[in-house]
Design a protein around this ligand. Sequence first.
Ligand code: ARG
Ligand code: GLU
Length: 715
Amino acid sequence: MKKTLLLSISLLIVFITIANEGMWIPMLLTKYKFADMQKKGFKLTADDIYSINQASMKDAIVLFGRGCTGELVSDQGLLLTNHHCGYGSIQSYSTIEHDYLRDGFWAKNKTDELSNPKLTVTFLVRMDDVTTHILTNVTENLTQEQRNLIISKNIAKLKKENSENNKYNVEIKPFYYGNEYYMFIYEVFRDVRLVGAPPSAVGKFGGDTDNWMWPRHTGDFSVFRIYANKDNEPADYSPNNVPYKPKRFFPISLKGVQKDDFTMVYGFPGHTQEYIPSFVIKLITEVENPIQIKLREIRLAIMNEDMNSNQTIRIQYSSKYAGVANYWKKWLGENRGLKRLDAINKKEEFEKSFQNWANNTSQAKNNYSNLLNEYKVVCEKLRPLSKIDAYLFEGIMTGEMVRFARNFGDYKSWQTKTDSTLNPVFATIKGRAKDMYKDFNLSTDQKMFSIMLKIYYDSISSNYQPEILKIWSKKYKGDWNKCVADISNKTMFTSEDKINLFLNNYKINGTKTLEKDPIFTLWSAISDMYNQKVLPIVTTYNNKIDSLNRIYMKAQMKFESDKIFYPDANLTLRVTYGKISDYSPKDGVSYNWFTTLDGIIEKDDSTIYDYDVPARLKELWENKDYGNYAENGVMNVCFIGTNHTTGGNSGSPVINGNGELIGINFDRNWEGTMSDIMYDPAQCRNITLDIRYVLFIIDKFAGAKNLVDEMVISK
Ligand code: ARG
Ligand code: GLU
């Protein structure tokens, strides 16, 4: 009796732990999870989520840019995403005279909407399981290199067959580490215009202080519009384009949500690694994350100081700063979360029983009994190389000047080229220089760069030092500030003008200037060292790991044959679902599941940049002027749920059981950021911006009621 009770309790725990974990392939929902979704409160059909025969929710969702999600909310191509996803675009239009980042931007009418030459949105037309096509002629005894070669040929062939003369973008991606392959047919729209953005004091309220944290009060949204040609097809920007008519858009619910309500998030999660062994987690938590955290901390402090001293620098660096700060904080949280969850031990326990199975199951014995051992050996070999990688790519190579030098990496081939082939190359470089130097402050870059040089020099063994660093270290007696000041006087990479001058005089002077340039010399020396000493080894090990991952994944699926496995995120469209839920971050503390405008007022402090509440917002709060967006006189701002999300899910629609939009996903909580590696149902929460606050800001705060009028509010 006692035994069975214990058994059922432990079964229950297993069941609970997998309850809300997972990012599911929309096409396969009925196969795996749809019945469970219905049980938990989803009231529409699976065809409403994904269908190729009728308009479905997927037709109202886009990959926004290259790493966010957005959703359509009107029949005129109106689209919502996060403020931090539109940030680059808002920033690119910001100047001291009209600082849209600081003050917000609202197009009065369609002609005021701002085009964004580099921004695209991508719709999924359909997806297919193409595993058998891609694995044709792939046999088990191939090396990973041979396997890759055949697979890439098969991919190229299938891509060609399905692009319909380049009307569509075709992508074929591995799932379950190459045990399955899916093809995605995408339609990419290239004319996407900025319609509106709240001021940073709303859209980025709480800034990096509150980032990755709950409780949260950030109005993290921005508004765009997709334009198409007169046939409703993708087109380059043109004043003659017209608002895109989507097959489907989301109706909006103003009814609000309650604790335990069903929620679903539908978007493009970027990258998770849920099935890796303990040794990889160790590599991440002991080598990669700590170095990356340390190096970013240093850069952040320097940028912060310069941004605070000068508004131009603030505008130039705010987007870069946000990017650096974001993952800095994520890695900190991830390391803490994994530790608290005892992730390495948990994985080791799992590996023990896996090993046991592999040793004792006749069919597994030959194939899998040495797998974990091999994996462990490769990870140990990778350790020192990961360290070099981190110090290079989070260190020296974050210097914007040295990074720009890469554009000249091919210069030797230029000598044999004709004007007509060279001119477009130079035009591209000039374009990039224009983009980069617009937001470049020499002394900020110098400060960061000299510290990164020093740290690399001090931390990495002599064998992996580019020769030039050794020379400089001697010449400047370890004074890296002096070194950087000196080489800055001699390089052309300090300004756009100098780079243009070089390119314009290239015919007369040839490459002499470049070859004498100290920054270019450094770049070449680093790439030579890396290509000779690091890359070949890393490539071999990575191939090995690819192969081990594939086999280990397959083995895990056999070992736990009753479990439903979801594939790791890979920036393809996924459904995740859960419920509105509070949590307890630590002993004696419990967090509510929603926040309100009252909380924004509580945080108000005009002396702290991140908490300076705009006067207009205070006025609306004082007058309780909330339109019909409040609930019992209270203006809700954010809420949390148990949906399993990750980077890329930013901007994703958060949907209720009736398929209506209730919010915009924008973050996770600090205690739950380890969910990319291990999910903990007790601690992992996604953070959603309540759609009612979005409409309140648009309508009441910004006076852009016209936009709300375009939307369909379900009563
Ligand atoms: N943490 C969120 C995400 O991963 C928001 C990032 C933008 N905000 C910021 N303060 N940097 O993207
Ligand atoms: N802010 C993240 C993004 O840009 C989403 C948060 C997360 O990683 O879950 O995609």
